[in-house]
Write a protein of this length. Sequence first.
Lengths: 262, 202
Amino acid sequence: MTCREFKHSAASLTLWELSRAQSEDEQIQTHAEQCEGCSGWLQNQRTVAASLHALQAQTAGMQAGPGVERALLRAFRQTTTENAPPPVVARVSAPTAFRLSHFFEIGAYVALAAAIIVSVFLGVRLLQHSSRTVPVQSGITPASTRPLMQKPAVAAPEDSSKLASSVTPERVTSAVRSRSQRSGSDTAATAALQTVAAEEAQSDADSDYVALMFCDPLSCSSDSQVVRMELPANGAGQNSQPAVADLVVGYDGVVRAVRIVN
Amino acid sequence: MALLTDLTDEQLLTQALAGDEDAFTVLYRRRQGPIFRFALHMSGSSHIAEEVTQEVFMFLVQRGRDFDAERGALAAYLFGVARNYVRRALEKNYPEHVLGSPVEDEAAALTVECDPTEGIARRQTSTAIWKAVLSLPEHYREVVVLCDLQELSYADAAQAAGCAIGTIRSRLHRAHDMLSKKLRHSAAVAPGISKVAARCVS
């Protein structure tokens, strides 16, 4: 047996087999007696085996403490309880209840979201509506026309409707012309009257106008002009004084609102 | 309980997984010692060994259904699980527990007083052997612990370590050579080691 064959054979044995004083493999024993190097190697292996055997013997009685077993048994009981199948009644009813409650919960959220959306939409619409009416009111009393305003006399509602229906462009033009002629002669009296009347008229001017058409923001938010005109008196049983009215005329010549002054 | 002790590990595991607490207790008491000692020899700390033992059996309770009896024995499977937990524990606690004073404390606690006059020498011997084992690289240490200290067969050790039988043999051969050198060095420092070890064996 060569040293290589000796090592190869020894490697196939366990440490305990090698450590026995009389190895079961006679060839190994014979070679170890003849070869000093292999004998030393075998001796080292036996020393290692003896040391490990000593360590093994010393630790043979070692084991985990009782606390580990208690903790494990507790965990085992808990795990088996968790893994145990639930009662039949619970298995049938619990998921259904859960599904229903889940359904209602989602429904509530959807309803809430819809209510928020609708309220926001309505709010926006309301704001849009109010913003549409504001330009008409602001267009009714532009700064350039204020001096012409006078404190309106008490106007009968039935008269205002009749007057409004009789307004025509030709009459508007003549009224403007006659108004300019008259203003030339009565300048002093008119100026004093206008100063007082302008302040008072400003406060309630907006409320006296009656809108004659529905204004869309594109046309009614543009500039407009107030034109004072005289309307022909109704002959039957009335005095001969013509009625005076303020008309709000847009840039397109369409009358948007009217106010009976006298 | 008397009947349960006659059952194999695999049968006990099956019953335990079905909720039989007695079967689990029998299985635990049968296998906790080797698992604890494996972890103790690998880590050098009884604290880590207890922790690993508990985790191994907790793993068995929770994921015991993954065990396939056709692939090997339950004991080897448990050693494989323990090996992974020991590795994790050593990664966390390596500087504190390995090769430190706890090893000497464990060795002192384990020393069997064959002869009171040899107490000191024996303690030195135990510490030196254990230190030599613990100083081995991990893959060499585990084959020494599995094959030499736990006396697993090469096949079972291969299953636990997750490698081929040939790998176990070559690692073991190399580990013995390394241990021999370390023990010779220790013997040069403390000459009584070989003698005491031999006497304890006999």
